[in-house]
Design a protein around this ligand. Structure first.
Ligand SMILES: [Zn+2]
Length: 232
């Protein structure tokens, strides 16, 4: 099988992540899933974004076996794989992980990001949740796979496309989307709304989330069955 287009899409979005302002050092990675091929592509471990070539991208199946590529995949690969297994059938085609600073501030504080305005509601239906800490045996065991498990536990019965981001406690965000562009846009928006929520709370510690009607209006006009935002 020829993985050229999957590899090119993954290299392109990882290079864009590298220049997005979301990433310090090499703290971030993007994967792209192709359900027809039953495979996903991911950034190799420890390679600088600007030096990333299409050929460096690693292709794995959903069992975690490398099916194409020479380099070692990102150490976070089992987390991405867990999310594609759980949500691939529900439209998730790309996962982004960053340590973007304001989102990490909430993850380290153990706080979800409340929906305080329409900037947030345009992309996320309600609070962006934070996970519990992993148990010690999970941390010592299959740590990255267990990180995926705690994300799935935190999403629970929610539609993953309504809540396309989770903060892993003491770590940082995992974000996804219907394609690589959508996932990267969610990662950028998450960082913006995290900074806005933090500053809003500084100014007004008692601020409450926006009313449900306003939240639904903004989310549904972009994402609902009768969406009318943009050019269609
Ligand atoms: Zn990380």
């Amino acid at each position: 099988m020829n993985y050229a287009s999957l590899r090119a899409a993954c290299a392109d979005v990882n290079r864009r992540l590298g220049s997005s302002g979301l990433v310090d050092m090499t703290f971030g990675n993007v994967s792209v899933y192709d359900p027809d091929a039953g495979c996903f592509a991911i950034k190799p471990s420890g390679v600088a974004y600007e030096a990333l070539m299409d050929a460096d991208i690693v292709i794995l199946d959903l069992e975690g076996k490398v099916v194409d590529g020479e380099l070692r995949p990102s150490s976070d690969t089992p987390t991405h794989r867990r999310l594609f297994i759980e949500y691939g059938s529900r439209g998730v085609r790309s996962v982004v992980h960053t340590h973007s600073r304001h989102a990490v501030v909430f993850a380290q504080a153990g706080l979800g990001i409340p929906c305080l305005g329409t900037t947030h509601a345009d992309s996320f239906r309600g609070e962006i949740p934070v996970t519990r800490f992993l148990a010690d045996e999970a941390i010592r065991g299959e740590y990255e796979w267990e990180t995926g498990n705690v994300i799935v536990e935190t999403i629970g019965s929610r539609n993953p496309m309504d809540c396309a981001a989770v903060l892993v406690r003491g770590h940082g965000p995992f974000v996804w989307g219907r394609d690589a562009d959508d996932a990267l846009e969610h990662a950028l928006t998450l960082e913006i709304v995290a900074e806005m929520a933090w500053k809003t709370r500084m100014l007004c510690p008692d601020v409450k989330p926006i009313p449900d009607a306003l939240l639904s209006k903004h989310f549904d006009r972009k994402h609902g069955p009768k969406a009318y935002y943009g050019q269609g």
